[in-house]
Design a protein around this ligand. Structure first.
Ligand code: FAD
Length: 408
């Protein structure tokens, strides 16, 4: 049965009705929800009691002229890069995995390591088609329905195709630096300096030891060797903390040894390190994992969150830029975003999540729906104040477990 990346909550939909042609009508079942690659962690891609409409069959490229690529919504970002990188073009925004569909990238208005330069994915969508229960409609930036669909969590209809503006790159290589740092003040200083001159920046923090590794990089000329793929996690092992601690320590000490030298590496190694281990989410065992990701506007709020955060060896930190997100419900906004994975241990994990959620929302921040499985309706209402405006565009044939949970 199709589920979400965190494997929590377990899926309880009653039907799966795949779509494979863009001129097909919507399935009869109700309520419906498009399902891309299931890379959302919580319940935004689940539809308990309803039907999921998997879009993996909508996998065709339609046109590629200049920097404009038109493709069906089930095409993955990895498939686009396989086509575009040899031709000298890159996606304007990529997340931490290449296994995300174009439809999913738009519906969550995803962000990447270049948010300070490029803003969100939706800023680079030039046109899209929506299949709604009352017919088909094309929309573009400036249309209300476009603003509702970008970051619209699949609730405004099913995106059949989209047109994206790609960006030219000099080659498949990246020029990358990994800089060890020793606490939040050093992170703030590194962010400031690096965002001014590098296209991509992100940090990896070990909360308890309060030390981290700051990664920054830019596209570079030439080709680099792609990383090895295909390691598959065969069954559930509760070893993940040991594995990530080991990976963190190795990277930290290598970065210390290398000093301030940059190195060339393949773009996949820089952007999608976790993809090397297919199905790594299963390392968290049968109960799955929760990812907590929020954005907070101030350094003080970030400090408060880190004091409450568990001793996760893998906490990701990034400063969002000022560029406005185009979606009515888009998550990214100016401030600091923090993401951490927590194994699901039931009540104690939910209590921790709630404490982190309260700190973030009280500080004027927001929780990312793509990662969420627990947010309270009042937190959603407070951090997504344009919900009323959004609701006018919901297609009555569509719904999701996430929406029924938070929009009560
Ligand atoms: C390892 C990992 C790293 C990640 N890193 C990042 C990151 O750096 N930045 C970030 O922003 N996110 C990140 N994510 C989250 C991921 O990018 C989003 O959850 C994304 O939306 C997943 O796309 P998907 O195709 O799997 O969609 P799904 O998870 O299947 O669906 C997500 C939403 O999109 C809707 N949807 C899907 N297809 C369509 C369609 N054709 N029409 C209308 N609605 C549709 C669904 O209804 C649902 O609401 C990461 C996830 C993982 C697993």
């Amino acid at each position: 049965m199709l589920g979400s990346w965190g494997r929590y909550p377990p899926p309880r939909h009653v039907a799966e009705r795949p779509i494979a042609w863009r001129d097909e009508p919507l399935p009869e079942a109700r309520p419906l929800l498009a399902y891309g690659q299931g890379r959302s962690y919580g319940d935004s891609c689940l539809n308990d009691g309803g039907a999921l409409v998997p879009t993996a069959g909508l996998d065709r490229f339609i046109s590629f002229e200049g920097s404009l690529l038109r493709c069906e919504s089930g095409v993955t970002l990895g498939e686009i890069l396989s086509l575009s990188v040899p031709r000298g073009f890159f996606l304007p925004v990529v997340p931490g995995t290449r296994h995300v569909s174009v439809g999913g990238a738009i519906a969550n208005d995803i962000h990447g390591k270049n948010h300070h330069r490029a803003g969100t994915f939706g800023r680079h969508v030039r046109r899209l088609e929506l299949l709604r229960s009352d017919g088909r409609v094309e929309c573009a930036p400036g249309d209300e329905l476009f603003a509702a669909t970008v970051g619209g969590l699949g609730l405004t209809g099913l995106i059949t195709w989209a047109e994206l503006e790609l960006k030219p790159i000099p080659g498949s290589a990246m020029r990358v630096e990994a800089i060890p740092f020793g606490g939040l003040d050093e992170f703030f200083a590194l962010s400031e300096e690096s965002d001014a001159r590098c296209e991509y920046t992100v940090a990896w923090l070990h909360v308890v030891r309060s030390r981290g590794i700051f990664f920054r990089g830019d596209h570079a000329a030439g080709a680099a060797r792609p990383p090895r793929r295909g390691l598959i996690v065969p069954f559930s092992l509760p070893l993940v903390i040991d594995l990530t601690t080991e990976a963190f320590n190795k990277t930290y000490f290598t970065a210390q040894k290398m000093g301030p030298r940059s190195r060339a590496e393949h773009f996949e190694k820089f952007f999608f390190p976790l993809d090397a281990l297919a199905g790594w989410n299963r390392l968290y065992g049968k109960r799955g994992l929760l990812q907590f990701q929020c954005v907070v506007p101030t350094k003080e709020a970030l400090q408060a969150l880190l004091q409450e955060a568990p001793s996760s060896p893998l906490t990701v930190l990034k400063k969002f830029g000022e560029l406005q997100s185009p979606g009515i419900l888009s998550f990214p906004r100016p401030g600091f975003t923090l993401a951490l994975d927590v194994p699901n241990r039931g009540a104690e994990t939910y209590a921790l999540y709630l404490r982190l959620e309260n700190i973030a929302v009280e500080a004027g921040g927001a929780i990312y729906p793509a990662k969420d499985a627990r947010m309270a309706p009042k937190s959603f209402a407070r951090s997504y104040p344009r919900r009323g405006e959004f609701e006018r565009h919901i297609d009555p044939a569509f719904s999701s477990s996430f929406w029924r949970r938070v929009a009560r």
